[in-house]
Design a protein around this ligand. Sequence first.
Ligand SMILES: [Zn+2]
Length: 537
Amino acid sequence: MKKIITFFTAALLSMSVFAEKIPSYGTTNSASQLLENGKSKYVSIFAVNDIHGTIEEDLAGKNPGGAKLSEVIKELQLANPESIFVTAGDNYQGSALSNLSQGKIMSDFFKKVGVVTSTIGNHEFDWGDQMFQQWEKDGGFNFIACNLIDKRTGKIPEWCKEYELCYVGGHLICIIGAATKDTVFTASKKRIENFEFLDPAECIRKVLRKVEATYAPEAVVVLSHIGSHENRLTGTPVSASNDVSDKFELEDVAKLKGIAAIITGHSHEYVNGTLNGKPVVQAYNYGRAISQIKLTFNEKGLKSAKGNVIEVFKNKDAITEDPEILSLIAEYKAKYGAELGEKICLVENELSHEETVPNVTPLGYTIASAMKAAYKTDFAVTNGGGLRKTVKAGTLTVNDMWELIPFDNTGVVLTLKGKDLKKIVDHGINSVGFRAGQFAGGKVYYTSRMPEGSRVTRIVLDDGRTVQDNETYTCVVNDFMAEGGDKYTVISEGIKAGSISANNTYIPFRDAVIDQLKNWGTVRKSWSEIPQVLIAE
Ligand SMILES: [Zn+2]
């Protein structure tokens, strides 16, 4: 939200000698909203998380897009004048316009809606760490993550701060940033090789001590990319992590004294509950909702903190569009439009990739089939989380393909033994903490009676061959998986040990799939009634 020169000057001066360095936001237009000390009774922190470059509205889907989101933010600002707007990470990677402009369109959007700070998501590393400074410059804010260390210096990177201090409605608020340790498993290994992600709770505790001693803020809120999940029965938020060792990231942070509330992200969920008496919120993803932490003050200081999630998508058709954001989108479309509008193929029937489809989805099967054909291998496996949307029936364009496969991953052709192929497929069956593996190339028979790693009993390839444990086959995966992403360590360890040989083609797998789909011309209706490729025995 716009920085406003407040009329709280007298209050500010008495509070801190640092007052002149700390930005201040929010005015109160109603005397009834003011405490006797001249500060406001309420302060709100609004947040989006995992917006993933979603600047355009998805007319057939739930994403309101930047122009509508901007209007909602303006309305919230009117109703809650003492407020700031922040983002909980995974800001840029995910749409054609954002990826082609390397996040510039999102920076322009953040600047226009007045984002005050952002924490760092795992996908912020997708294009290398040289992007952060540019994003800060263009977006007009600093990144915050107190648990991120640059191994080369042993310190927090220069483009990152531990926390952000600001006055909102006259109150000194401290926002402490925290990345998730999960980044190690969900970012490209080579992009984060120079960084270490420390335990968030431990780092926040240290920062708290320092900040309290120096500034004595009136409220401290954690802005994190820690994954959360709400237990719908108890309403209690719990950690949602890919890594079992980080199972209690959220719980540990919630135990800290001196924290009013926790904003989370990463797991793309609706979360609005309390943990250890502290509100924990998350607002789905793609800008579909906005989370809110409402702080209530009395003369003595912070009285209470409450969470809320505004489900923007539910009435998105009724929201008007901010013309400024529309013209921003038009500007970028003019630049990249011709390239994006290019037709690839006809899709005869919807290809679902909804979470409600267990294991291999019609979309996943189609993409894996295209990979197998493009890289000319026996089999293809791709991580389900790398495919980002359901494809509706109709003409598929390059733009759709960017939204569908936003990540700039390359195809890696593995030459491996049948037993290792079985293990790779096994890892993605009924997965917990990451989307199920998508594959094509044959029918996989498995039994849940065996432990993970030995559930696949048989694979019969499309050409009729039954996979033999000690015979050699080829399988294409992407470089994220080859590096052990989504815990596909059976691949990365196998490569390290020499039992699997890997040839990174450096051909972006999005491009390879586009070429193959063009070749096919039509994705036939029968494909969406996905052939039974995963069969429980
Ligand atoms: Zn994330």
